[in-house]
Design a protein around this ligand. Structure first.
Ligand SMILES: [Zn+2]
Ligand SMILES: [Zn+2]
Length: 387
């Protein structure tokens, strides 16, 4: 059995909303090329398109039908807006049904590889489309690969799933799908919805019905940096894993909370993304027999951030050691430098000297501590008994 597998195909690059749209699929190409130039072996599997029946695990058939119709013409129809399409965030493009189905199929292949015992860990960087809703596209996400993959894991194995989301935006689509389900615990760390899309993800969102207490949210203050974010993860995760006893860990690794990301106000560096991946790896072995399905997500600093953040994720997953001074290969920097107006970083792990000191860091850390404490209090008060 392989330890870790990467699900990838250049066909992923067809998920493209067009020139000027922040979601640039080239980031996957840059990441794969960086992993390749690092020179370590990588086990790859090709994705396949999810079938309509599989998409229906997460979506309204009439929505899928609408996507297919607009995918054929490449034009937004009169009813597009009702499906969240034809907007600035989610413009219609020809072939979008096929491209989005492939991203979903990648996460399904990742799940199947784990279910069938061919690997312990699997990574689909084209996945992580956590905003897509039952009947609508949202926030650059057409189909929700995470919801489809989790429903597949539930149906195939009956596994209890812990879903961890560290994208800078709230994982609202995944939370909504499992809001009343006590077998799938969703937990999202994100920039507070006071300032950022989609505006949800407050600590008061705890689930409903039988699923009450099985949705957890840690909204972080703007300018939250590595140390505070890591501290919040540590304050919540091991305890939740211990109590919830999941059979598999599913993690979303959007890296748009990086200080250089143009779309958010968080202040993480690649050191945090590496550390979070390392911890997820350890947790999968400690609590889930090594079962770990990871997906990508947001990340809009095309050349300077995403390739390094996700190479570090892959290295953590594959058990390849990383040091503070692990170099970004020169050939990779030379090949892609023209895409970035500022020099591409020499090291995979960001160096502190490249970031300004945040004067309010201590205050921000204190506010985040309070948020975690309020979540713990709320969770106990509502009998979810996780803490
Ligand atoms: Zn492992
Ligand atoms: Zn995001």
């Amino acid at each position: 059995m392989e330890h870790a597998e990467m699900i990838y195909s250049d066909e992923y690059l067809a998920y493209n909303f067009g020139e000027g749209h922040p979601f640039n699929p080239l980031r996957l190409k840059l990441t794969m090329n960086l992993i390749d130039s690092m020179g370590f072996p990588i086990v790859m599997r090709s994705p396949r398109r999810a079938t309509v029946a599989e998409l229906e695990l997460a979506h309204d058939p009439s929505y899928i039908e609408a996507v297919r119709r607009m995918s054929e013409t490449g034009q937004a129809s009169w009813d597009a807006i009702g499906f969240g399409l034809g907007t600035d965030d989610d413009p219609v493009f020809p072939g979008m049904h096929e491209a989005a189905s492939l991203a979903v199929g990648g996460s399904l292949v990742a799940g199947q590889e784990i279910v069938q015992g061919r690997t312990q860990h699997a990574l689909n960087l084209a996945g992580g489309l956590h905003h897509a809703m039952y009947g609508a596209a949202s926030g650059f996400c057409i189909y929700n690969d995470i919801v489809v993959a989790i429903r597949y894991l539930r149906a195939a194995m009956g596994w209890r799933v812990l879903y961890l989301d560290i994208d800078a935006h709230h994982g609202d689509g995944v939370q909504a799908a499992f809001y009343d389900d006590p077998e799938v615990l969703t937990i999202s760390f994100h920039e507070t919805g006071r300032y950022l899309f989609p505006g949800t993800g407050d600590i008061s969102e705890l689930g409903m019905g039988k699923g009450y207490g099985y949705a957890l949210n840690v909204p972080l203050e703007p300018f939250t940096g590595d140390n505070s974010w890591q501290e919040c993860l540590e304050a919540v995760l091991p305890r939740v894993l211990e109590r919830f006893e999941p059979n598999i860990l599913v993690t979303q690794h959007g890296c748009d909370g990086h200080a250089w990301d143009p779309l958010t106000d968080l202040f993480a560096t690649t050191k945090f993304y590496w550390a979070a991946a390392e911890r997820a790896h350890q947790w999968s072995h400690t609590y889930c027999n090594g079962r770990w399905l990871a997906v990508g997500g947001g990340g809009y600093e095309l050349a300077r951030v995403v390739p390094r953040a996700w190479t570090l994720l892959w290295m953590a997953m594959a058990g390849i050691p990383v040091g503070e001074l692990t170099k970004t290969p020169t050939e990779w920097i030379q090949r892609w430098q023209s895409l970035s107006p500022t020099p591409l970083p020499q090291f995979l792990i960001d160096q502190p000297k490249d970031f300004p000191v945040i004067p309010r860091a201590a205050e921000i850390q204190e506010q985040n501590r309070n948020t975690v404490q309020r979540l713990k209090t709320a969770a106990v008060e509502t009998y979810c008994n996780l803490f």
